[in-house]
Design a protein around this ligand. Structure first.
Ligand code: PLP
Length: 404
């Protein structure tokens, strides 16, 4: 077999061309991440050098493509703490979540399936469960959180006591960044006999995962959240061959596999495995720098979520009485931050996460989500602090003007 590294592609600088001072500063890494140029090299190689069909393994072209997929499965499994045979490539987390739920429904002897989910799950989970509930396949039950977004032990206990077949929980929240204590919670769920689906879309590549050791039945990850390409992710499950168990479902990866996407995803996971321990403390230091500056510069600024158990790049703040959409609009050309989670329609209503945390209304209305990533620099953080402060001051001034 030929060497499958991208030997014939010019090596790239390790930083993508964003935030160089002439462009807006990108601080929305929960929505998506820039592709690492080293990942892009692998994608390019898979598109041009290893362009064979991984299903046509009668010749070296198909075999090389197939080997890229095998290498990617290993890297994804390594990052998830799983085995390569547990990895099923999908078009992203949304598809993986739907497949996991469909599988849990199909293999259960009970109908409807009793599903408990936390009230701060991503819309992709809430929608999948709601659709299945509408067709009578699922009976949902909510697990409540506290004001920092942490799971309320009593609420989990009550749900498990009432009888649950599947529990859906996140490894880390996509708005306030709260990291959940998966080993302990998973143990409690397993003791109740329920299966576990973990949405690790935000956590993968940022915190260590041990899906097999923790007894997770379904783990969901997405490449574009960890410096990989968009449109590829994985459902990771040790429960047997999902493809043969779900023959009626259409898999995005059915037919000719998306080798460039999968190979890029694998490379992104490999890099996270090697570099996470170095990158994350640096990202945390940048986040803390921004938090200190904003707290010093903006009166009454509140920092939301759990201050120690949160993703290193997450900074979720509220400026009471200052509408978040007006601040984000003023920053449009200078700093990319958001009011909440990325949403397919582009329309933002009140955040169900902040509502579930029972944050006071003025904190919900003034909420800003900042996501720091591995390519950000101190200079960008300092400039972003100034721009955000100026945007908040400008909105406050126009509100005061309107009152007069
Ligand atoms: N789950 C979480 C926690 C997310 O943050 C997202 C994306 O924002 C998704 C699921 C959906 O991921 P994908 O874009 O890969 O479908």
């Amino acid at each position: 077999m030929d060497e499958i590294r991208p030997v014939d592609v010019e090596p790239k600088q390790s930083r993508p061309p964003v935030g160089d001072g002439s462009q807006p500063i990108y601080l929305d890494h929960h929505a998506t991440t820039p592709v690492d140029p080293r990942v892009a090299d692998v994608v390019l190689y898979a598109m041009t050098g290893a362009f064979g069909n991984a299903n046509s393994i009668d010749h070296a072209f198909g075999e090389t493509a197939d080997a890229l997929i095998a290498t990617a499965s290993e890297a994804v499994a390594d990052l998830a703490g799983s085995a390569p045979g547990d990895v099923y490539f999908t078009s992203g987390s949304t598809e993986a979540i739907r497949l996991a739920l469909a599988h849990a429904i199909s293999r259960s002897r009970r109908s409807p399936l009793r599903v408990a989910l936390t009230s701060v799950e991503h819309k992709a989970v809430i929608d999948a469960v709601s659709i299945a509930a509408r067709t009578g396949q699922v009976k949902p039950r909510w697990i409540e959180v506290d004001t920092q977004g942490c799971i309320l032990a009593d609420s989990l206990r009550t749900a498990l006591h009432a009888g649950v077949d599947l529990v859906c929980l996140m490894a880390a929240n996509n708005e306030v960044g709260t990291i959940y204590p998966l080993p302990e919670v998973a143990l409690r769920i397993r003791e109740s006999g329920a299966a576990i689906m973990v949405d690790a879309t935000q956590a993968a590549g940022r915190v260590p995962l041990h899906a097999r050791d923790w007894g997770i039945d379904y783990l969901v990850v997405s490449a574009h959240k960890l410096y990989g390409p968009k449109g590829v992710g994985a459902l990771i499950s040790p429960v047997g061959n999902l493809r043969t168990q779900l023959p009626d479902l259409i898999w995005a990866s059915e037919g000719t596999p998306n080798v460039p996407g999968i190979a890029g995803f694998g490379e992104a996971c490999r890099l996270r495995c090697v570099e996470m321990a170095v990158d994350e403390p640096r990202i945390r230091a940048l986040r803390d720098r921004l938090q200190s500056k904003l707290t010093a510069l903006i009166p009454n600024l509140a920092v939301n979520g759990h201050l120690s158990c949160r993703l290193s790049g997450n900074l979720h703040v509220s400026v009471p009485g200052v509408p978040n959409d007006a601040v984000v609009a003023r920053l449009r050309k200078s700093v990319a931050i958001s009011t909440g989670s990325a949403c397919a329609s582009g329309a933002h209503g009140p955040s169900h996460v902040l509502q579930a945390m029972a944050l006071p209304e003025e904190l919900q209305e003034g909420a800003l989500r900042v996501g720091v990533g591995k390519f950000n620099t101190e200079a960008e953080i300092d400039r972003a602090a100034e721009e955000i402060t100026a945007a908040v001051a400008s909105v406050k001034a126009s509100l005061q003007g309107a009152e007069r």
